[in-house]
Design a protein around this ligand. Structure first.
Ligand code: PLP
Length: 379
């Protein structure tokens, strides 16, 4: 069997103990065996979300948790603000459109970081009381300052998509007053795809409207979760895996995980630049989730990805929408270490050389190791 390497920002590689947990015999979801796992995973989710609130756990991909928000908080015609600066901001827009909301969009160029003061002013002007945004837009590598965003939007309900950032970069849900945070199992949380979460505090539950979704009905799911008796058959094996993964993350400690992600981002950028390539994502320590890189002159990024996969068994992520063919992305969230980054860089270097690109050889990996070891600097 050919060895394969997964260096994408989701799904991400999963530690063996997490995979092994998913291979345990199936338990019944309405029995004591599952209740024990369920209680544990819900407690750990609260710890990772940094909240005392309920974290509703759904069997769905991250988009399911995203869609649950307008489905429970909005009715057709409601006016909402969506901040978009990448492919996942466009997803909020598409979801809100599907729910027939009256959308006030604040659009930034892909790769730009939203300006919280500007967002705050726009929200006040539009008079909306709910704002959707991304913490990390995985299509560009930009991580927003959602703490400042919440301060800027005041009493409006701030809904943060933290699917790729939760567990990778600091997110203090309660301390920053973030109203709703949504995430998914398959990114920095180091678990297989298939689970999505939404943190829903009491003050947000108070404003729910009759749910426009049966499956994602928040009150129905909360009522069931409160007595550890899931509303529907959950993906019991994946939940078992997630419980183990969250245990590993909390055992290591969130501050240590955040520090590692900053240093992995730093290493990736140093390696890429040493090769002579140009970054698309920001060249600073905020870009700790994923590094987006422009394909060099004359090389199609998708062709590079095909070559990496077909010739070397290495999977990187493509550019999305209008960045398709122009950029490629190296993920560094979750179960990544410096040797993963070294392998990804070495494979990119080799493949670009094989495709005839004019790049500097033999310098990326040492530059990455140097940058990884350098002590953290304030940004
Ligand atoms: C991965 C991701 C999602 C969810 O995507 P799914 O494929 O539905 O899990 C949402 N937002 C961001 C920022 C993501 O990176």
């Amino acid at each position: 069997m050919e060895k394969r390497y997964l260096f994408t920002p989701g799904p991400t590689p999963v530690p063996p103990a997490v995979l092994a947990a998913g291979a345990e015999p199936i338990v019944h979801h309405r029995g004591a065996d599952f209740r024990e796992i369920y209680a544990s995973v819900l407690g750990r989710l609260r710890d990772v979300f940094r909240t005392e609130a309920d974290v509703l756990l759904f069997t769905a991909s991250g988009s399911g948790a995203m869609e649950s928000v307008p489905a429970n908080l909005c009715a057709p015609g409601d006016r909402v603000t969506v901040v978009s600066h990448g492919s996942f901001g466009e997803r909020w827009l598409a979801i809100c459109e599907q729910h027939q909301l009256d959308i006030h969009a604040i659009r930034y160029e892909w790769g730009e970081r939203p300006d919280p003061a500007e967002v705050g002013a726009a929200v006040r002007e539009a008079g909306t009381d709910i704002v959707f945004c991304q913490h990390s837009d995985t299509s560009t590598g930009v991580v927003s300052d959602v703490q400042a965003m919440k301060e800027a939007v005041g009493d409006a309900t701030l809904v943060v998509d933290a699917v790729s950032s939760l567990g990778a970069v600091p997110l203090e849900t309660d301390a920053w007053g973030i109203d709703v945070v949504v995430s998914g199992s398959q990114k920095a949380l180091m678990a297989p795809p298939g689970l999505a979460m939404a943190s829903v505090p009491a003050h947000v539950l108070e404003r729910v409207k009759p749910s426009r979704s049966f499956y994602f009905d928040w009150p129905r799911n909360k009522k069931a979760q409160d007595v550890l008796d899931a509303a529907f058959t959950p993906a019991v094996s994946t939940i078992r895996s997630l419980d183990v993964a969250l245990g590993l993350l909390l055992e290591q400690g969130l501050p240590a995980a955040f520090d590692r992600h900053v240093r992995l981002g730093r290493a990736t950028r140093a390696g890429v630049k040493a090769m002579g390539l140009e970054l698309f994502s920001p060249d600073d320590d905020t870009a700790a989730v994923v590094t987006a890189i422009r394909a060099p002159e004359g090389i199609d990024a998708d062709e590079l990805l095909r070559h990496l996969r077909d010739c070397h068994g290495v999977t990187l992520a493509p550019g999305q929408q209008h960045l398709k063919g122009k950029v490629f992305r190296i993920g560094h969230i979750g179960w990544f270490d410096i040797f993963d980054i070294a392998s990804a860089l070495a494979a990119v270097e080799l493949s670009l050389t094989e495709l005839g690109a004019d790049i500097e050889r033999g310098v990326a990996v040492p530059a990455a190791f140097d940058a990884f070891e350098r002590p953290p600097v304030d940004v």
